[in-house]
Design a protein around this ligand. Sequence first.
Ligand SMILES: *Cc1c(COP(=O)(O)O)cnc(C)c1O
Length: 464
Amino acid sequence: MSLTTREVQALDSAHYMHPFTDHQSLAGKGARVITRGKGVYVWDSEDNEIFDGMSGLWCVNVGYGRQELVEAAARQMEVLPYYNSFFQTTNLPAAQLAERIVGLAGARFSHVFFSSSGSESNDTNVRLVRHYWATLGQPERNVIISRKNAYHGSTVCGAALGGMSGMHAQGGPMVPGIEHIQQPYHFELAPDMDRDAFGIEAAGWLEQKILAVGPEKVAAFIGEPVQGAGGVIIPPKTYWPEIQRICDKYGILLICDEVICGFGRLGAWFSAEMMGAKPDLITFAKGVTSGYIPLGGVVVGKRVADVVIGQGGEFNHGYTYSGHPVACAVALANLDIIEREGLVDRVREETGPYLAEQFAALSEHPLVAGAETFGMVGGLVLMKDKASRTPFDSSLEVGMICRDHCFANGLVMRAVGDRMIIAPPLVCTKSDIDELIKRVRICLDATLKDIQSRGWMDAGHSAG
Ligand SMILES: *Cc1c(COP(=O)(O)O)cnc(C)c1O
């Protein structure tokens, strides 16, 4: 039985409560129904072809329609669809995947704890680092320092760890023992300062916070190597080495949340080391299965494993789906594809640099002030007058207007305020990138025309 678009929309609006959605504003329009995907494209129920410039939600790294992943899931479901790992049991895909991920993370790591999402994995991190310090006889070391505008998920701990003001405003009180410092957003906070000097200054905010809290109370610092949901905020190259130096100085644990950055997106299997940090714990999810099935986890460094596993006794923590055999089998097949197609090296050496060049050229557009990428993530800022750095009034929601023009012109590009962001699939070829950039230009031109006709911008600027 097939339903018309309107019928699906009616079911949807009557019963499906969406994540991160204003249902009043959705009700008038009806949700766009996505029906299928192939390569870097998805199609909606009206058969519009859309270039998925966001890889779903930063996850469909190997693109849509990969038969190998379908077969891996089907094979595992036939043999063993589910079993838990609670009571001294295990399963082959989970054990193999743990070994494989530890191998990719490098010699400082020894174990993997599995969950089904990034949020759950960060909840695990909170419990794990506090348990680590308690095991070492320092239970008062329980404060975790994070950053404003960070995204670490949407569970109670995930939201509290994250620095999204809109999330902190709802569903509180937040989890105690979590502190936030300012993000390393050069363009907004200190555009006139030397970028590298700003990186050192921004990392210094961590030291100030540690001293304010009391070093003997700080358990860990958590950060995304490049902030994703916050708007693709790329820190200066001096930032992470300085963060690492400060963590070492006070002996605090470093958690790198690589839910977006991991599995090739920035041109490395895990990106923190490439950026000069040596995390004790790495959060992963999204790209580990290319989103084909939910899976997440924490890669546990030896420093933590030796204490928690070696001395901590039973860690009273776990999920029904920790080490789910089907999810792990799909992840193994996904890693096979990434390896065989050389996607990590390709992003670092070929497609990443090509995207960087093409994307930076967008800053010639009258609306665009600053456009930068790292691997396969990128962000640009829409501004009313870029010469004088005058932003649009945020109540105009120019980013959302641009996003709507993107959808209407066959492109998924996400808006974070007036930052437009992309995270295309890692399988993008150079000609896919050309197509992506072509669509971005069309959408920027449409946005420019629109806001000029509303009288929000000087009509003297013309589209390229
Ligand atoms: C998406 C994301 C999460 C949350 O992952 P879920 O699977 O949605 O729970 C956590 N951290 C980062 C950096 C993310 O991008």
